[in-house]
Design a protein around this ligand. Structure first.
Ligand SMILES: *Cc1c(COP(=O)(O)O)cnc(C)c1O
Length: 426
């Protein structure tokens, strides 16, 4: 099928940019225009096309949402089938895709996280996890990490760890303490018998793809057990194969009390989030009142059908292994570029296809990203650390596509570094 691109793409671009500026977000519109970005129009596999018909290799992957790439045919097919049956729930009858998805997750998740609640975003999943922790422990305090990212609703923002997003909205939920990420001693210094939960990303995503020491999660597990606090693993970004294992916690063998998911759970086709926990915790939450926590759209048939298909594709196509293999190749290649230009790139780190490239200056990364886009590869910053650009391509990415991304990255580093030396930025 030929893609129906707009007949007058320039006119369309101008119109959409203007509408965005007037009705959505003037500042964002200016930034996108400045970066030379057009209207997104069509996507398939690892590629996105803009309205002009220009093709981009997607190395950002929607912040990790596109684990299966764009419009994976099996997910699209499952959604079409469900659409013809019933897309949204009546809320008063049993819901087949929702029950099946919960059962599949229970099989896949570590430990005995047998029950799940489905919502519509990562932030909502975190809200639910925090509420569950309070209800199950009867305590109110949370320990979270500096640079951590859990979403931007009031509750999830309260445990997120970056001042610029928090400050304008204070006071947030009381009793949230932030300690340095990767530092178990700092948690030990603050955890007590009022602590409901410690919430942590197995690898900090928006904080700049930061990998903690190997004994970090095991020590948090131990501390939580000692004080009767719950351990919440926010796997919204690290879950479902992104890091080359099914779950970010699998690198340590730690079993959390609550796991949150979202991003790629909908297969890149529909929005869906979840939080999961064991039977005793679920009884504590829903035992007296099964409707204590609800969501109108949450668990809708359409999103759950997408989720079921996504889990099946991850298994059938070996995407966890592919993330490991292609991720390792990409990481090694990026490290070689770093070794060539250590004055420009400080460090390359990552696991699987969750990779961060830290530049010495935020400007260096920005120039590199802009140049990469001109060469047809999309990458972006981590939200809480502008010195770090991320590579979180679809897990279906081939070695050849990764090779192309690497070549473009290397060329863009050279171009950006030359410019910096010429005009003396940084
Ligand atoms: C993206 C993200 C969230 C928030 O998800 P939204 O769907 O954007 O609300 C929460 N936690 C982590 C770890 C994330 O990466």
């Amino acid at each position: 099928m030929a893609v129906p691109f707009p007949e007058q793409p320039q006119q369309l671009s101008d119109e959409i940019a203007e509408l965005t500026e007037r009705h959505l977000n003037p500042g964002l519109a200016k930034v996108l225009r400045f970066a030379g970005l057009d209207v997104e129009w069509y996507a398939e596999g690892c590629y996105i096309w803009d309205a002009q018909g220009r093709r981009f290799l997607d190395c950002l992957g929607g912040y990790g949402m596109f684990a299966l790439g764009h419009r994976h045919p099996k997910v699209v097919e499952a959604v079409r089938r469900q659409l013809d049956l019933m897309p949204m729930p009546s809320k008063i009858m049993f819901n087949a895709p929702q029950a099946r998805l919960a059962a599949r997750l229970a099989e896949r998740l570590p430990g005995n996280l047998q029950y799940s609640f489905f919502c519509n975003s990562g932030a909502e999943a975190v809200e639910g996890a925090l509420k569950l922790a309070r209800k199950a422990t009867g305590r109110t305090k949370f320990i979270a990490t500096l640079g951590g990212y859990h979403g931007k609703t009031l509750g999830s923002l309260s445990v997120s760890g970056r001042e610029v997003y928090r400050k304008p909205f204070e006071p947030l939920v009381p009793g949230c303490i932030h300690v340095p990420f990767g530092d178990a001693d700092a948690v030990a210094a603050h955890i007590d018998h009022d602590t409901a939960a410690v919430i942590v990303e197995p690898i900090q995503g928006e904080g700049g793809i930061r990998i903690p020491p190997d004994d970090y999660l095991p020590r948090l597990r131990e501390l939580c057990d000692r004080y009767g606090a719950l351990l919440i693993a926010d796997e919204v970004q690290t879950g479902l194969g992104r890091t080359g294992r099914w779950w970010g916690v699998d690198h340590t063998g730690v079993i959390p009390d609550i796991v949150t998911l979202a991003k790629s759970l909908g297969g890149g086709v529909l929005p869906i989030g979840s939080f999961s926990a064991s039977e005793p915790l679920w009884n504590a939450m829903f035992g007296d009142n099964p409707l204590l926590h609800t969501s109108t759209f949450g668990g809708n048939e359409l999103a759950c059908a997408a989720g079921l298909a996504a889990l099946q594709v991850i298994e059938e196509e070996g995407l966890v292994e592919n993330a490991q293999v292609v991720g390792t190749a990409l990481l090694n290649g990026l490290r070689q570029v770093q070794a060539e230009y250590p004055d420009f790139i400080q460090e390359v780190r990552g696991r699987g296809l969750m990779i961060g490239i830290e530049f010495h200056e935020p400007d260096f990364g920005e120039l590199t990203i802009t140049n990469m886009i001109q060469r047809g590869v999309i990458a972006a910053y981590t939200l809480n650390n502008p010195k770090v650009i991320r590579m979180e391509p679809p897990l279906i990415m081939t070695r050849e596509q990764a090779e192309f991304a690497l070549q473009v990255f290397a060329d863009s580093v050279v171009a950006a570094r030359n410019l910096v030396q010429e005009v003396g930025i940084g």
